[in-house]
Write a protein that binds this ligand. Structure first.
Ligand SMILES: Nc1nc2c(ncn2[C@@H]2O[C@H](COP(=O)(O)OP(=O)(O)OP(=O)(O)O)[C@@H](O)[C@H]2O)c(=O)[nH]1
Length: 582
């Protein structure tokens, strides 16, 4: 009762005209649901039917099932192992990459955080230094302004002012000197040594700002080239007014740009680093990289100044590409609360992060090495397992061939491997011989066909190995009841067994069949799927005197088959005698 799409390698016999397929003994059948419908069987001469390879997914196991199963599970274990190797290698590889990335990224942030903090602190310190320098000059300017505004511009007072200013200028190293200009911009006095006083400052920005009364306090101008000394200076100025507030001139302190530049350059910020001071309006006052070229440059569009002026940030940091030279830098900046100035200190990003880059390169190389070793090992194991898998598959193929060869040998030998009964081929030969001999002697001949009831449910419940064991036990009972030497017990196919009883009439055959049925029932092998709760047999018995009532063995088998069908239909676990005339 093999399904037509059977594809296992078991040999099978396919019955073409009937509804049921019969396969060789070892194949595990899957009968159609309605297989008990009449006519149940179609008897044929098996020798006319070719042995075909079984191609369904039936659970056919040749006679060395456990070894074959072991090999199959071994192969699938190896395949599973190979998959595991790929998965493990990938997981560990990804983990190594991820950890390396996280470590490198953490290190980068830490390095950046450290540099940013350094630059912010440096900017704050330099802002305080600039404030202090400006404050010192501012204090002297206020003194000169007061003295002139109170005591007037007479020669004696001017002389006194000059003396005091000289003394203070000598103390203040960053100050080039102090100068007083009259309302026309001409110098009245200066502390700058060897200065020629034949010039006018009317064109200077600070002069215009004060004469137009645009500022009241200290005005910090853009860097200019001093007309007194030729040095680049930052002019700090206060307005001079008379008692009516009329413009009387300007008192001026000039800070030496080179002093700031020298000081800024003495601080190590690397060859790409820059320290600079700008006015809050964006005018560049000092830059450590060049002393004068960029003096007065408008930097109001710089992101740092925009942050300070637009967002009101007083102190902070940024990583950005400089407007002046296009170098990417890490900036720290701080603004003065006293004066409209801002000092920024920066490191070149490339130089600052060079340490981190080399550490990242080392980590990357190390991880790369680990990864290469890991992948190589994974690949080697994977390849070795592949070889083993192929070998196991070959071995499996060889075992299958061996099993088929054994099976073929058993067919030739005429014995069913599982039960030790005669196989189908020998059954047919024996039946044919018994039929001819009984016909020649005018003796009766009986044929008994036995089928285990609800065996599929038994298999489904306990598994095929248990089914095999039960079949063996039934076969043993069958052997016990074949007492005469001419009696032949055989496996007809699947869970069907047969018994040839030469010289036995129907009464004797029925008695034997009944004893077999009873003995099997008495075994009490549990079969929960059966209404009898135990394993039982349905048996069909047919008898004839060959040559008289029947003319071929096939007729006798067909009669037993119909009787067996009747036994199934009437409730199973019973023996039915064929109604065919015997
Ligand atoms: N364990 C084992 N099972 C077998 C063997 N040969 C056939 N079978 C099984 O026997 C069962 C026969 O099923 P069916 O033809 O439906 O018959 P059943 O379940 O006994 O039902 P009825 O015959 O109607 O009582 C199938 O499940 C086959 O797989 C064998 O050698 N070993």
């Amino acid at each position: 009762m093999h399904s037509p799409e059977c594809q296992s390698d078991a040999p099978q016999r396919v019955r073409t005209p009937g509804r049921f397929h019969r396969v060789a003994n070892d194949c595990v059948f899957r009968p159609p649901q309605n297989h008990v419908q009449s006519p149940r069987r179609f008897v044929h001469n098996l020798h006319d039917v070719p042995i075909l390879p079984c191609r369904s997914r039936c659970r056919y196991e040749p006679n060395q099932p456990s070894r074959a199963r072991t090999l199959t599970s071994q192969t699938s274990k190896i395949a599973h192992l190979r998959r595991l190797v790929v998965i493990m290698t990938s997981v560990v590889g990804v983990a190594v990459l991820l950890l390396t990335y996280l470590q490198v990224e953490w290190d980068r942030r830490e390095a950046l955080r450290q540099h940013v903090a350094d630059m912010e602190n440096l900017a704050a310190a330099l802002t305080r230094q600039a404030e202090s320098t400006i404050r010192d000059a501012h204090t002297v300017l206020i003194g000169i302004q007061r003295k002139l505004q109170v005591s007037g511009y007479g020669a004696e007072n001017l002389h006194e002012v000059l003396e005091v200013a000289r003394a203070q200028s000598a103390i203040l190293a960053d100050v080039e000197g102090f100068t007083v200009l009259d309302a026309d911009g001409r110098p009245l006095l200066t502390t700058v040594p060897n200065a020629t006083l034949r010039f006018t400052a009317q064109d200077r920005e600070y002069f215009r700002v004060h004469s137009a009364h645009q500022v009241t306090g200290l005005y910090i101008g853009a860097p200019i080239q001093s007309r007194l000394s030729g040095d680049w200076v930052i002019a700090l100025t206060l307005r001079l007014s008379d008692a009516n507030g009329e413009f009387r001139g300007v008192v001026l302190a000039t800070l030496l740009v080179r002093h700031f530049v020298d000081f800024y350059r003495s601080i190590d910020v690397g060859s790409q680093g820059v320290i600079g001071m700008v006015k809050r309006d964006g005018t560049l006052l000092v830059r450590s990289r060049e002393s004068a070229e960029n003096a007065g440059l408008d930097m109001s569009r710089s992101p740092v100044l925009r942050t300070v002026n637009e967002d009101g940030v007083k102190r902070g940091n940024m990583v950005l590409t400089a407007m002046i030279d296009g170098v990417k830098r890490i900036y720290g900046f701080d603004t003065s609360d006293e004066y409209p100035i801002l000092v920024g200190a920066s490191l070149g990003e490339e130089q600052a992060m060079a340490g981190w880059r080399s550490r990242a390169l080392r980590s990357g190389s190390l991880s790369g090495g680990v990864l290469v070793i890991l992948l190589s090992m994974g690949w080697l194991i994977w390849r070795a397992l592949g070889r083993q898998e192929r070998m196991e598959a070959r071995l499996q193929g060889m075992h299958r061939d061996l099993a088929l060869a054994n099976h073929a040998l058993q067919i030739i030998a005429g014995e069913d491997a599982l039960t030790g009964l005669a196989n189908r081929r020998r059954l047919d030969e024996t039946l044919r011989a018994a039929f001819q001999s009984a016909a020649a002697q005018g003796q009766p001949l009986s044929f008994v066909l036995l089928d285990v009831d609800h065996f599929k449910r038994f298999n489904d419940q306990y598994g095929h190995p248990a089914g095999d064991e039960a079949l063996k036990q039934v076969a043993e009972i069958l052997k016990r009841h074949a007492r005469r030497s001419a009696d032949t017990t055989a496996r007809y196919g699947g869970e069907e067994l047969a018994l040839i009883l030469p010289s036995a009439e129907s009464t004797a055959a029925m008695a034997v069949a009944e004893r077999i049925r009873a003995d099997v029932e008495a075994l009490a092998i549990a079969n929960p799927g059966s209404p009898y709760a135990n394993l039982t047999l349905s048996i069909g018995v047919a008898s004839c005197v060959p040559g008289q009532t029947m003319h071929t063995p096939a007729e006798l088998v067909a009669a037993a088959d119909v009787a067996l069908y009747a036994a199934k239909s009437e409730g199973r676990n019973r023996v039915i005698l064929s109604e065919q005339p015997g």
